[in-house]
Design a protein around this ligand. Sequence first.
Ligand SMILES: CC(C)(COP(=O)(O)OP(=O)(O)OC[C@H]1O[C@@H](n2cnc3c(N)ncnc32)[C@H](O)[C@@H]1OP(=O)(O)O)[C@@H](O)C(=O)NCCC(=O)NCCS
Length: 162
Amino acid sequence: MANLPEPFLWREPQFSDLEAVAQLEALVFPDPWPQGLFATEVGQPNRFQRVVLAPSGELAAYLFAAWQVDDLHILKVATHPQYQGRGLATALLQAALEEAENKGGRSLTLEVRVSNRRAIELYRRLGYLIAGRRTRYYQDGEDAYVMSRPISRSLLDRFLFR
Ligand SMILES: CC(C)(COP(=O)(O)OP(=O)(O)OC[C@H]1O[C@@H](n2cnc3c(N)ncnc32)[C@H](O)[C@@H]1OP(=O)(O)O)[C@@H](O)C(=O)NCCC(=O)NCCS
């Protein structure tokens, strides 16, 4: 099972979490989703979602993903600047990978700004490969890489990426 670093806790998000989610979203993304968009995701079927809480109850990180046929699409992953570099996004992405494996998925996919080196390196370390580029994908005109992580059941794959 994916390991969350201590002393954090995680669970599925509730509507009451979404104000904090939207605040963190606005802090770390130049083109944040509004709270209402997160509200259309919570409680829907065919989703995988986690919020990570610090011992104080403060929101430290979150991940929202949605199944698109047999691909688990990572819609959002973010960590509060105060808690970055402690393995929270890694743990969230590992949990999404386990979800995809357990539900028989074939891949995980996401979009990332071509300038977002840190996120791109994180995804590479976890086995994601650049599968394409979407021109002017973001509102400010920046391109996105499409990164995809095939789900292989081979021992070599498990050795390399777990
Ligand atoms: C990209 C992002 C999600 C990474 O979150 P994070 O929780 O800091 O990620 P992790 O800690 O799992 O891994 C990131 C780094 O911490 C390091 N790390 C992982 N576990 C660690 C640990 N226990 N102790 C110290 N460092 C650790 C990793 O090696 C990695 O190194 P880096 O500094 O070279 O990147 C975060 O920076 C963020 O929210 N950015 C803004 C939003 C964003 O860009 N989201 C992605 C959009 S596609």
